[in-house]
Design a protein around this ligand. Structure first.
Ligand SMILES: NC(=O)c1ccc[n+]([C@@H]2O[C@H](COP(=O)([O-])OP(=O)(O)OC[C@H]3O[C@@H](n4cnc5c(N)ncnc54)[C@H](O)[C@@H]3O)[C@@H](O)[C@H]2O)c1
Length: 252
């Protein structure tokens, strides 16, 4: 329970994938978790799940692609629940598309959620973290930031941006007691992969079927445990790192 008394905000925490697992992992370590998601209903479902397990939790609708919304909601959350000490920038979307036929809209949609949304959420919580001399920020990158991926140029570019942002911000705010880290998941089973397998490119499916060095596919909990560690006191001397959680699918 080393996160007892800490308030954490998780973006896109209402999905059945990594976001929900992160909420559960932080709550298991004692944090008060505010589950946010573009869908208020999904966020509330996960918060209710946490409350049923006896964990203090709340939920809020938060679309990370709206700056006014991000600023307003983060302010409200801090007023209602106390200073935000842990931020997990989990929101990210993938829209597989070859560069040859990629529209500006597709490029922007991925960039806006994966990169700009992360920047906005981070900027909204940083002043309080700096003033209080404590903060833990964990960003979701991807192994594609390092490996690249067919039909994933926009997503891989955004996630490489997440890695560089993480390192740069870590340098900026370390003296204020704030650590900034990222995790780079491999292929983790989630709603999208489970339900839309036929829409995935053959390359992605091949990677999924070929498996990892550990001989099994990744689960959201595999990633969530590492994020909870990075948010904890045990990781207090870790900053600017991007931890691959790929089961050995890809090694940085
Ligand atoms: N699943 C993987 O294989 C994998 C691999 C590498 C990286 N990642 C990254 O991990 C993170 C979590 O991925 P996941 O697939 O487990 O999804 P998830 O289940 O954690 O998240 C899905 C949720 O995202 C929400 N969402 C979508 N757009 C949003 C927005 N604009 N604002 C707020 N919420 C929004 C949806 O409502 C949904 O509830 C993402 O950043 C993703 O890029 C995932």
């Amino acid at each position: 329970m080393d996160l007892a008394g800490r308030t954490a905000v998780v973006t896109a925490g209402g999905g059945v994938g990594i976001g929900r697992a992160v909420c559960l992992a932080l709550a298991e370590r004692g944090a008060k978790v505010i589950v946010t998601d573009r869908s208020a209903t999904r966020a509330a479902q996960v918060a209710t799940e946490l409350q049923k397990r006896g964990a203090p939790s709340a939920s809020a609708e938060l679309d990370v692609t709206s700056r006014a919304h991000v600023d307003g909601v983060m302010q409200q959350l801090a007023k209602g629940h106390g200073p935000i000490e842990i931020l997990v920038n989990n929101a990210g979307i993938s829209i597989p598309c070859p560069v040859l036929s990629m529209t500006d809209e597709t490029w922007d949609a991925v960039m806006n959620v994966c990169l700009r949304g992360m920047f906005w959420c981070t900027r909204a919580v940083l002043p309080t973290m700096v003033a209080r001399g404590f903060g833990r920020i964990v960003n979701l990158a991807s192994y594609l930031a390092f490996a690249g991926g067919e039909d994933q140029a926009h997503y891989a570019a955004a996630k490489a941006g997440v890695v560089a942002f993480t390192k740069s911000l870590a340098r900026e705010v370390g003296r204020h007691g704030i650590t900034v880290n990222a995790v780079a998941p491999g292929i983790i089973l989630n709603e999208h992969l489970d339900k839309n397998r036929e829409q995935l490119s053959k390359a992605v499916l091949d990677e999924l079927e070929r498996g990892t060095s550990l001989g099994r596919q990744g689960a959201p909990e595999d990633v969530a445990r590492v994020i909870a560690f990075l948010a904890s006191e045990q990781a207090s001397f870790v900053t600017g790192a991007t931890v691959p959680v790929t089961g050995g699918l890809y090694m940085v």
